[in-house]
Design a protein around this ligand. Structure first.
Ligand SMILES: Cc1cc2nc3c(=O)[nH]c(=O)nc-3n(C[C@H](O)[C@H](O)[C@H](O)COP(=O)(O)OP(=O)(O)OC[C@H]3O[C@@H](n4cnc5c(N)ncnc54)[C@H](O)[C@@H]3O)c2cc1C
Length: 394
């Protein structure tokens, strides 16, 4: 019998059996290829080339790209389910797809017809992989302060500047890049544009970051030195739209970060649950001590609340509604849930939490970045509060 969730999928043209089959494929892949390889890649900071190839074969680089461009055309909710499942074993690997899909979403939502037909099929197949290049050394939260500049030169633009903390900067070959086309513009956002930049002379990866966690995924600088890009790679073909285009794509990005937070929170709960039933003190499994039960009760509740908030945001996104508030709430809550659940799991593991033999230390190291990326949690709360006051005037 069709469930409410099945009917929900059907109204969006997705066969529920297709979703179940895709989730089964993901589960088999996790079991067979990912779980045995995680520690090797994470501990040695080695980019997972084979796993990336397999994600490409499964169509994940086109997960949310429209079927007319060769993508899977999945709703945000199905995509969130996939990201949760993978992240509950290894969060970092989902960063490779997420940044890529945000770049693709910018082209799909705001690109010209020529840009969509030229770039999206190659993004969907994984032939071209990339990410989103917004942050600069002096500008993360305050994106309008970026200094990279594109100057028009005939049919081209010439870009100079440096981006930093860019996911996929080394292994990716194409980026949606935010630059100033009019540095004097007031308000500042009117002078900002978004370009599709592909790696060739003048655009190269710079310093790679040696990170606390989120290992095996390359995070590095991108340097533009007199980088010449054809004007037909200005997304949408009109200058001054970039700030809106880049932040417009962040709702999907925040749903993804929320889903990663849910995966980390659920994975931490799973590991703590298993351990608590094996480890004995005072003649019984620690799961029978109330102090541990209190932790597990809170962790299970947090993980479930994070999941529900994430699905709430994804459903609003799939209905085509403005959902920055819902996506912000989900991102904020789920990333904090990831941090809190991984910390509590560390306590449940006791001294063994500090051993790299166990996976829980990775969940602990990987969680914090979810509170920072795609808009810090401080900013999420401020944005939520501002909208709340707007909707509830004095
Ligand atoms: C592992 C990793 C991967 C990343 N990948 C990418 C990527 O692929 N592409 C990309 O473009 N960027 C990426 N980033 C960058 C990330 O988006 C930024 O680090 C983030 O937006 C915060 O910017 P910042 O580091 O400059 O902090 P800042 O903006 O300097 O903020 C510092 C602190 O001040 C607070 N703050 C700032 N302004 C305000 C304000 N107005 N009111 C209240 N509090 C404020 C912030 O909340 C934060 O606590 C990545 C970062 C990391 C760590």
């Amino acid at each position: 019998m069709a469930t409410a969730s099945d009917r929900d999928l059907e109204t969006r043209g997705i066969d529920p059996d297709d979703e179940r089959a895709l989730m089964d494929t993901i589960d088999r892949w996790l079991e067979r290829d990912v779980i045995p390889a995680v520690q090797h890649h994470d501990h040695n900071d080695i980019w997972p080339e084979k796993l990336v190839g397999q994600m490409s074969e499964m169509g994940l680089f086109g997960a949310t790209i429209g079927q007319e461009y060769g993508g899977l055309g999945l709703p945000a909710k199905t995509y969130a389910k996939i990201v949760i499942r993978i992240s509950s074993y290894w969060m970092a690997i989902t960063g490779i797809i997420n940044s890529h899909l945000i770049m693709a979403a910018a082209v799909e939502r705001f690109g010209t017809t020529e840009q969509k037909t030229r770039w999206l099929p190659k993004f969907a197949s994984g032939e071209i992989r990339g990410g989103l290049a917004l942050t600069e050394p002096n500008a993360g939260t305050d994106l309008q302060a970026i200094r990279s500049v594109a100057v028009r030169d005939g049919d081209d633009y010439i870009i100079n500047g440096t981006k930093t903390w860019i996911t996929n900067a080394i292994n990716g070959s194409c980026f949606a890049m935010l630059v100033k086309t009019d540095p004097e513009a007031e308000p500042r956002y009117e002078g900002i544009s978004l370009f599709i930049v592909d790696k060739r002379d003048g655009l190269s990866a710079g310093r790679k970051f040696d990170k606390l966690g989120y290992n095996a995924i390359d995070t590095a600088e991108l340097v533009m030195e007199d980088y010449r890009v054809p004007a037909n790679q200005l997304i949408g073909g009109v200058e001054g739209q970039g700030f809106f285009q880049a932040t417009g794509g962040l709702a999907l990005g925040r749903i993804n970060v929320a889903a990663r937070g849910v995966g980390l929170a659920e994975g931490s709960l799973r590991l703590a649950t298993e351990y608590a039933q094996q480890r004995e003190t005072m003649g019984k499994p620690i799961s029978q001590h109330q102090a541990i039960q209190l932790k597990i009760g809170e962790m299970a509740t947090r993980a479930r609340a994070a999941r529900l908030l994430t699905f709430d945001a994804a459903e609003a996104y799939d209905r085509g509604e403005r959902c920055d508030r819902e996506a912000g709430m989900a991102k904020y809550f789920a990333s904090e849930a990831a941090v809190e659940n991984s910390q509590e799991a560390m306590r449940i593991f006791g001294g063994y939490s500090y051993s790299k033999e166990y996976d829980i230390e990775r969940f602990y190291r990987d969680s914090m970045v979810m509170c920072i990326a795609e808009g810090t949690n401080e900013m999420q709360r401020i944005i939520i509060a501002r909208q709340h006051f707007k909707n509830n005037p004095a």
